[in-house]
Write a protein that binds this ligand. Structure first.
Ligand code: C5P
Length: 408
């Protein structure tokens, strides 16, 4: 499967911190995701971990300072930085951050950074005192101001035995930052994309709720796909046990009414709305204040309609012409295309993604989906069974085309 990392040349700088051992995992994850990973270790890093560790997981050479003075040293120091799509330094020690902030180039890694013009991701890792020192803070502020993406550090147990801020982020989270940096300048850069995901919970009493089986996976994948294209993403999520894609602004909601409010509040600025959430259509009219006791007999729960978010969006859109593109979702168990077609027109959508929730390998909960995209223009995209990430990437590609149509 093609990923945002596929074929990307990533130069991974590894500096002298005990978090070096996690850098090997990061290099492995990047290589597995399809990136071409060249590693440069500083002298201090080689005391913690060997170049062979990295070569073994990346299948490519790992460089050390001796390479700066070898027979190819005169080209190496420029070539590594020049050819990279992205530079990541993980772990980034206080010392290397200080050198980078001041343009010092006294080893292969710092020379390479100075020679590179690609985006830079820095994952600081150091003792809490070193991190909090005004010198380190000033260096980080300067590097950020120059465009570096600072990933972390996190809080927790430090090698010094103390607890505090200074831990390098875990490789899985760093992958999110790297992805974010790779997406910068993509087809949706400068665009604001609002995504809703997951189901809603409509309270019956303080402990019970009416909900549905939506996992949020498709919506979260859409948020990630929009980030991959450089968009600014707001993710309005119903209760979902999923990690927030790095870079997305997450707004957690519980009920359809809260989702309605969150979507309408974010709407004025947004270019695209992807309404993937499975919003409840009905809610208890008067949720009980206290837990309903079984001793009082079987309750009758009166239901009322929830606000239809997309209908209200359509109204706002009439007067503001925003969002430029609105995509809805139709999860159906019968008459899939008829129902999707009706919703496409009733809710005045540009596109609707229809999926048959009766299929075991598509729809709620699973990682795959089989979707038919109906366009307002009459065009139909009949997608095969693919991962939700691939469905998301396809939908975002169509969104880019629709936005180009609006501009044109
Ligand atoms: O009419 P139905 O609820 O089946 O339509 C599904 C689409 O409408 C989805 O995109 C869903 O997010 C959205 N929806 C909504 N407000 C509701 C219910 C669903 O915007 N109250």
């Amino acid at each position: 499967m093609n990923t945002p990392f596929s074929g990307k040349k990533i130069l991974l700088g590894v500096t002298g911190s005990i978090a070096c051992y996690k850098a090997a995992d990061l290099a492995s994850k990047l290589a597995q995701a399809g990136a071409l990973v060249d590693v440069v270790l500083t002298e201090a890093a080689t005391h913690f971990v060997s170049p062979l560790t990295f070569q073994s997981v990346t299948g490519r050479r790992a460089y050390v300072d001796a390479d700066l003075w070898g027979s190819e040293g005169h080209v190496q120091h420029i070539a590594l930085g020049h050819s990279a799509n992205l530079l990541v330094i993980a772990p980034a020690s206080a010392n290397t951050l200080a050198k980078l902030a001041h343009g010092i180039a006294d080893n292969l890694l710092t020379v390479s950074v100075l020679a590179a013009s690609c985006p830079l991701v820095l994952a600081p890792a150091m003792d809490g005192g070193m991190y909090n020192h005004p010198a380190t803070q000033a260096n980080l502020a300067l590097l950020e101001q120059r465009g570096a993406l600072i990933a972390g550090p996190g809080e927790g147990h430090l090698a010094s035995g103390l607890t505090g801020k200074g831990r390098m982020l875990e490789p899985a989270e760093l992958m999110g930052y790297i992805r974010l940096a790779l997406g910068r300048g993509g087809a949706l850069s400068g665009r604001r994309v609002l995504v809703t995901a997951g189901g809603t919970q409509e309270p019956i009493d303080p402990v019970r709720a009416i909900t549905n089986r939506s996992s949020g996976k498709q919506g979260f994948a859409l948020a990630q796909a929009a980030l991959d294209l450089g968009a600014q993403v707001t993710l309005v999520a119903g209760p979902a046990d999923l990690p927030t894609p790095v870079g997305a602004q997450r707004v957690d909601v519980r009920t359809a009414a809260e989702m309605h409010q969150a979507v309408l509040a974010a709407l004025p600025d947004c270019d695209v709305l992807l309404m993937a959430a499975a919003v409840a259509d009905f809610r208890p009219t008067a949720p009980a204040e206290n837990k309903i006791k079984k001793e009082t007999g079987i309750p009758t729960i009166q239901l009322e309609k929830t606000p239809d978010i997309l209908r209200d969006v359509a109204q706002v859109r009439q007067s503001t012409a925003r969002p430029h593109v609105v995509v809805g979702f139709a999860a159906e168990s019968e008459a899939l295309l008829d129902n999707a077609e009706r919703k496409l027109h009733e809710k005045r959508l540009d596109m609707i993604a229809a999926n048959d929730i009766r299929a075991a390998d598509a729809g709620f909960g699973v990682d795959t989906n089989r979707v038919i995209l109906l366009h307002a223009s009459g065009k139909v995209d009949n997608l095969p069974l693919i991962s939700k990430a691939e469905v998301a990437a396809f939908i975002l590609q169509r969104v880019v085309e629709l936005l180009a149509g609006v501009a044109g």
